[in-house]
Design a protein around this ligand. Sequence first.
Ligand SMILES: Nc1ncnc2c1ncn2[C@@H]1O[C@H](COP(=O)(O)OP(=O)(O)OP(=O)(O)O)[C@@H](O)[C@H]1O
Ligand SMILES: [Mg+2]
Length: 217
Amino acid sequence: MKVIAILSQKGGVGKTTLATCLGVAAEAEGKTVAILDLDPQATASFWSDERAGQHDLDSPVVSSLQAIRLKPVIAAAKKAGTDLVIIDGAAVARDVAHEAASFADFVLIPTKAAVFDTMSMTHTLDVVRQLGKPAAVVLTFASPQGQERADTQQTVGALGAEFCPVTIGNRKAFFRAQSTGLAVQEYEPKGAAAQEIAALYSYTCMRLYGAAKEPTR
Ligand SMILES: Nc1ncnc2c1ncn2[C@@H]1O[C@H](COP(=O)(O)OP(=O)(O)OP(=O)(O)O)[C@@H](O)[C@H]1O
Ligand SMILES: [Mg+2]
């Protein structure tokens, strides 16, 4: 079993969106997935409720919990044969980030391009560095043109962190899918957002398993 933590001190950078979309991507290739929702606002759990109510879909399983319970819940997921745990972090809470990262095989740190987001990202980077965890910063809400990708890559490099080669654009499909309990690749399978998630999932698998894609069990 592998554990990804999606963490950022900054709110609204796409943590929950990436957690749910990556979870659905992993299930599509046969993995069993548990999403652990650490946000007191329980956004991922509400997404799961919409998913069940509107689409009659009961996976991936989303559990809302406090960070202090991560250890027993992750142990139970392992015992139950779960292939992949995705921890959806909460904004602001630094101790939560530390707790979540300590269980992770790989930490994904979404950020918007603005300077303030980059500054708040440094807190999360400190945490993963302290713990010696593999991590990458992924640019989200990117505009189609512009310097922001190159600028963010440079800033991330200057902070000594890894920059994810996949960028997630600012696309309405993410918002629409999320609000109806779907992953974007289910909502608009041939859309650009779906392609971005497929690429991000491949990259994540490479970081977790050392290959572009892990064969299904
Ligand atoms: N790439 C994107 N393009 C456009 N809208 C997006 C994108 N990613 C997420 N959104 C939307 O932006 C809002 C915030 O995203 P999300 O909830 O995933 O962020 P978060 O980092 O989990 O926030 P929080 O810190 O509050 O937990 C949601 O309404 C979501 O649907
Ligand atoms: Mg969230």
